[in-house]
Design a binder for this molecule. Structure first.
Ligand code: NDP
Length: 330
């Protein structure tokens, strides 16, 4: 069996040196546990936070210990009646080829209903984040003009499409390459999109949304957040989901410098954590799974082969190599 450990804590942008790949014995399940052969692993931006020792909503990874994350795999052995060998399960012990999981922390998924990769993305954590963030946190309503940053990523691509499907007046997205921008407008039906590396975000957003925006779904923070504050309309709403532009900062970011306009414009900014919205999961799956099955809601996955490439896949995710969900096939 293979596992990926945190070798050292990164300072600034992480590198391969921060990871250790170890070959270990296949673990043996105890009472109440199952042995899972992982098939696909999730790498996610929040893991950057867990590589640091700073206190946050998720426990820091321990140096020298195997890392954690979402994974889907096949049950090889079980000591409980609820799971049988051959079952496919979703659980939180990724970053390893074989996992011993407490049965109460595993969820069976149906590989006939959707490809197993979808349970880590469009029908999983990132899809629920998009759904809860747009509908609950940003209180999206029909006729809103919506701007989403990180729009070609796992969360952002679902946010924009859901807004369109639910009657947004206009949906605008930003992303870091021209191919991604083209994908947003040509394939996903965004009304406008721009490459944030081409020109100042505020300028590009103003051009794309001449009448301003009602909802901003933030995946990026920094300059994007300032631009959204500039363009947001009276009583606009912001769901603050992620700020990937600052995750590798070694000094706290100063922006947004224009926050004082929150008074005149009376807009709201609400932080969110998907973990607070698990009660929405059944409603989310009921509504979104058919949209995915019918092709009305499209999704993309960037799949890297081989568990030994998981650290590089994570680094590439932070660098923007993915379109849609970044995953590792074990
Ligand atoms: P993505 O699939 O969006 O992957 C990350 C993307 O971020 C990259 O592809 C890259 O795309 C973009 N990016 C990287 N650096 C920068 C930068 N400096 N400026 C702008 N864009 C950058 O990841 P997810 O969809 O999984 O996550 C999106 C965001 O949502 C993250 O901030 C994450 O932390 C957050 N999140 C929050 C949750 C919560 O509960 N609050 C739950 C899940 C995710 P590009 O080529 O466009 O630069």
């Amino acid at each position: 069996a293979t596992e990926i450990r945190l070798a050292s804590r990164p300072h600034g942008v992480p590198t391969l040196e921060n990871f250790e790949i170890a070959d270990v014995e296949i673990p043996v399940p105890g009472e109440g546990q199952i042995l899972v052969r992982n098939q696909v692993l999730s790498v996610d931006p929040y893991m950057r936070g867990r590589m640091s020792s700073a206190k946050s909503y998720a426990e820091p990874y321990e140096v020298g210990k195997v890392m954690h994350g979402g994974a889907v795999g096949e049950v090889l052995e079980s000591t409980v009646d609820d799971f049988q060998p051959g079952d496919i399960v979703l659980h939180g012990l990724g970053w390893r080829s074989h996992a011993v999981v407490d049965a109460k922390h595993a969820v069976k998924v149906d590989p006939e209903a959707a490809p197993i990769t979808a349970y880590l993305g469009v029908l999983g954590m990132t899809g629920l984040t998009a759904y809860a963030g747009l509908l609950d946190v940003a209180e999206f309503k029909e006729g809103d003009t919506v701007f989403v940053s990180g729009a070609a990523g796992a969360v952002g691509s679902v946010v924009g499409q859901l807004a369109k499907l639910k009657g947004a007046k206009r949906v605008i997205g930003s992303a870091g390459t021209d191919e991604k921008v083209k994908w947003l407008t040509d394939e996903l039906g965004f009304d406008a999109a721009f490459n944030y590396k081409d020109a100042p975000v505020a300028e590009q957003l103003r051009a794309a949304a001449p009448e301003g925006i009602d909802v901003y779904f933030d995946n990026v923070g920094g300059e994007h957040l300032e631009a959204a504050i500039d363009s947001i309309n009276l009583h606009g709403r912001m769901a603050i989901c992620g700020m990937i532009s600052v995750y590798n900062n070694t000094e706290p970011a100063a922006a947004p410098r224009n926050l004082a306009s929150i008074i005149a414009k009376r807009f709201t900014m609400r932080g969110m954590l998907v973990g607070d919205h698990f009660a929405l999961q059944p409603q989310f799956v009921k509504e979104v799974a058919p949209l995915v099955a019918s092709g009305e809601l499209k999704y993309s996955e960037t799949i890297v082969d081989g568990i030994r490439n998981a650290p590089q896949a994570f680094l590439d995710l932070l660098g923007g190599a993915n379109t849609g969900k970044m995953l590792v096939r074990v």
